[in-house]
Design a protein around this ligand. Structure first.
Ligand SMILES: *Cc1c(COP(=O)(O)O)cnc(C)c1O
Length: 357
């Protein structure tokens, strides 16, 4: 199903459907392994060193998923009962089963951003003052690129402005950077421009970078030491994890620059959709590999439209009642975008015919 095997189905639901390259599979087979809970897996150690260096931080930690990376990082940055400021549409707040509350024991304090970016003034205003009645605010989380905002980039300057507020108020700044390499590639800057103003962050190996499994947490040594212990507590201490780290090393060496192709394809897709009557795309948001399409003008909800596309061999996902999401990734090429556009056009035509009769 993934990608476009056999030329049949075009899968734009997510960049998580990417499959490992042949080179990754070969690296898995050849990986030197050891017990990583004893810190004796040379392949994991190598990936963690590479990741820390690439991000300009002291240390890194491999975890099974982005969700666990966020949970471990939340717990490593705070104490139970603390208040955490985050964006109201952030992945942590929407899609992580409420672990921030049920497991980490934290109080989320969501505030609205603009195109995914928090306004430093709003953040400052949301910090609870020292008062017997209030939980203590200790952490601000940002998301980069911002998934539900449509893959939008929080720029290094915006991050710097937020870091000024967090530093002045004694808070920490954490970045859910599941797709941070998409941001770096899109702005053509070193990823360290995005990481230098945050205390710590995570990024995903299993999305655009095509690894089968894994995310990496990066930060200073003390933070990573705490994170290692909390990962163990949550059941995320993996023994011969070199089989996960081996493709991660290839991802960092070879799969980052090619994200540009996904961005070109997303723009192609968005521009094509813009010309179809009844569909709305906010082109300002097409900054990386995600395309949100508003169907309100068609008078049909996402689930019905998604089912119609699926019948014609195009898989997309639901963002909300009237908005669908498409994500470009490795394996999706220009011709697949053209075919996807043809399918969307045909589906819209079919809907119009139905509404007339
Ligand atoms: C996908 C995603 C995650 C979670 O990653 P999983 O590996 O699916 O658990 C976290 N944050 C953002 C912004 C994401 O897009």
């Amino acid at each position: 199903m993934a990608g476009v095997k056999g030329g049949d189905v075009i899968d734009l639901r997510s960049d998580t459907v990417t499959l490992p390259t042949e080179e990754m599979l070969e690296a898995i087979r050849r990986a030197s392994l050891g017990d990583d809970v004893y810190r004796e897996d040379p392949t994991v150690n190598r990936l963690e060193e590479m990741a820390a260096k690439k991000m300009g931080k002291e240390a890194a930690l491999l975890v099974p998923s982005g969700t666990m990376a966020n949970l471990v990082s939340l717990m490593s940055n705070t104490r139970r009962g603390d208040c955490v400021i985050l964006e109201a549409e952030s992945h942590i707040y929407w899609y992580e089963v409420g672990g921030i509350s049920t497991i980490a024991g934290l109080m989320p304090w969501p505030i609205r951003g603009y195109m995914g970016a928090l306004d430093p003034k709003d953040v400052e205003a949301a910090i609870r003052p020292k008062d017997i009645h209030f939980p203590e605010t200790t952490l601000v989380c940002i998301e980069n690129t911002h998934n539900r905002a449509g893959g939008t980039i929080i720029t290094p300057r915006q991050i710097e402005a937020l870091s000024k507020v967090t530093r002045e108020n004694g808070l920490k700044l954490y970045m859910d950077g599941a797709r941070i390499f998409n941001a770096a590639v899109a702005l053509k800057v070193d990823v360290r421009e995005f990481t230098r103003h945050v205390n710590n962050l995570m990024f995903s190996l299993s999305k655009g970078l095509c690894c089968p499994v894994g995310s990496v947490i990066v930060g200073d040594s003390d933070f990573i030491e705490r994170a290692r212990k909390i990962r163990k507590m949550l059941g995320g201490g993996m023994r011969k994890a070199g089989i996960i780290a081996a493709p991660g090393i290839i991802a960092l060496e070879k799969m980052i620059d090619r994200l540009e192709e996904d961005h070109v394809n997303a723009k192609l897709l968005a521009n094509g959709i813009k010309g179809i009557e009844g569909l709305y795309v906010d082109l300002r948001r097409i900054q990386t590999n995600i395309v949100l399409v508003d169907l309100s003008g068609l008078g049909v909800n996402s689930n019905i439209f998604i089912a119609m596309l699926r019948e014609r061999g195009l898989l997309v996902s639901s963002h909300s009642k009237n908005v669908i999401r498409m994500v470009t990734h490795f394996g999706i090429r220009r011709e697949h975008i053209e075919k996807a556009l043809a399918i969307i056009e045909e589906t819209v035509r079919e809907l119009r015919k139905r509404s007339k009769s």
